[in-house]
Ligand binder design. Structure first.
Ligand SMILES: [Zn+2]
Length: 65
């Protein structure tokens, strides 16, 4: 996996020139996600199935509402 290319949010594919990106280390790979989509990863990772490999195995954080 090349490190310089494909640095973009896994959900919206915006790059670091358009939005801050947070780096994720997962399954021996590196992924990027923007703050706008980080809540999806936390609360509704099933929506990332097909975008993030293995997303179907993730559990949503518990809701306290
Ligand atoms: Zn995004």
């Amino acid at each position: 996996m090349s490190e310089s290319a494909d640095k973009s949010c896994l959900a919206c594919e915006r790059g670091p020139e358009q939005t801050p990106l947070l780096q994720l280390a997962y399954l021996d790979s590196v992924f990027w996600i923007c703050p706008q989509h980080l809540p999806i990863l936390i609360h509704d990772p099933a929506r990332l199935v097909g975008l993030l490999p293995g997303a179907e195995t993730l559990s949503p954080a518990e809701h306290h509402d």
